[in-house]
Write a protein that binds this ligand. Structure first.
Ligand code: KG4
Ligand code: ZN
Length: 339
């Protein structure tokens, strides 16, 4: 069945996104970020994020429609992130989506934020092969999932982080290193001038007795903080570029090692790496190198679709519409801690 055009709205954290997708094709998208307003607090302030969404949501939807050369009358369904995410932030996107769906008389679909991250890749590379291994690495999640059909069959959850997410580790260590928020991109930039072998940071949960699909990044964060403290305590300037390169190497090593092993263990020949940390240059390069060696096809969304955006939510909405999924009721609520 043809889906018409699906409008996707994302507001789970600090990005307000709108995107338009039809039959797996991205027609236009727009983004506003309150990132700079959070920078001086060193992390996302939920109340500031929610207020920024209120201001941005309508202009961003309008901008996405303009980019696609479409009007509200072309929208055949509305999809919106219902969770996980910040409650107040999610409420803004969901309220906007409900009022649009109601006034346009079109179905509404609630979307899981992480399904959105996975679907981002489909906008660039087409339908996902069945099965595929998905590594989701963002500011809130680090998970390995065995996926068959994003809109249908249940996803097999192989492992998660036991503590911090990979992006959270980058964000927190960046703060200790004196780098700006958000820390992930700052670490990536600083690492360009550093030597990854200058410090040997631990590779958590990679021993023979460890859970092969579980992650842990809080010990790595502590190791990086101790390293910085030690150097500063001895009166020397912190070699930030070296620290950033070594940290990035440790994170990329653990992520790609476990993801490739999961593919091998389950006889899966496609690995999909998604989420904000998939934008990291070393994660991308090492994943490519290791997948090539292992004979695994690697799929990573383009950089602009790795971090939160509305196009990825529209992509899931488009799948749901095409799968004839039942729409959500107009009183659907947000689910900030959706599993
Ligand atoms: O997926 P995302 O936009 O939001 C969440 O759903 O969490 O991911 C944001 C995370 C942040 O922790 C940010 O520091 C990290 O992705 N990130 C990066 C890079 N770009 C974004 N981490 C490492 N290198 C990057 N280039
Ligand atoms: Zn995200």
């Amino acid at each position: 069945m043809a889906s018409g055009v699906v409008l996707g709205i994302e507001s789970s954290c600090d990005e307000t996104g709108a995107g338009l997708v039809s039959d797996g094709r991205l027609l236009g998208h727009a983004l506003a970020s309150s990132m700079e307003e959070h920078a001086r607090f060193g992390g996302v302030v939920p109340e500031i994020a929610a207020r920024a969404h209120v201001e941005a949501v309508q202009p961003v939807i309008r901008q996405a429609l303009d980019e696609a050369g479409l009007g509200f009358g072309d929208v055949g369904a509305v999809a919106v992130t219902t969770g996980p995410g910040l409650s107040g932030a999610l409420q803004v996107g969901v309220a906007a989506a409900k009022s649009l769906a109601y006034s346009l008389g079109v179905p509404l679909h609630g979307v899981h934020h992480l399904a959105g991250h996975v679907a981002a890749d489909m906008l660039e590379h087409g339908p996902l092969p069945d099965p595929c291994m998905v590594l989701i690495v963002s500011g809130g999640h680090t998970s390995l999932l065995l996926v068959r059909d994003l809109a249908g069959e249940p996803i097999v959850h192989l492992g998660d982080t036991l503590d911090d997410a990979a992006g959270e580790c980058f964000d927190k260590v960046a703060r200790v290193f004196g780098l700006p928020y958000p820390g992930g991109p700052a670490i990536d930039r600083a690492a360009r001038d550093g030597d990854p072998a200058s410090v040997s940071f631990p590779r958590p949960l990679t021993g023979p007795r460890d859970d092969p699909y579980a992650f842990s990044f809080s010990g790595l964060k502590t190791a990086a903080a101790r390293w910085a403290e030690g150097i500063r305590g001895s009166g020397h300037a912190l070699p930030v570029a070296d620290g950033a390169a070594a940290l990035q190497e440790a994170v990329a090593d653990v992520l790609t090692r476990k993801a490739v092993a999961a593919c091998r263990d389950h006889g899966v020949d496609t690995l999909v790496v998604v989420g904000g940390v998939a934008a990291n240059s070393r994660v991308r390069a090492l994943a490519e190198e290791r997948c090539r060696t292992a004979g695994i096809a690697l799929r990573v969304p383009p950089m602009r679709l790795c971090t939160d955006n509305g196009a990825m939510i529209a992509a899931v909405g488009d799948l749901l519409v095409r799968a004839d999924a039942a729409p959500a009721p107009l009183d659907v609520s947000v689910d900030p801690s959706a599993p």
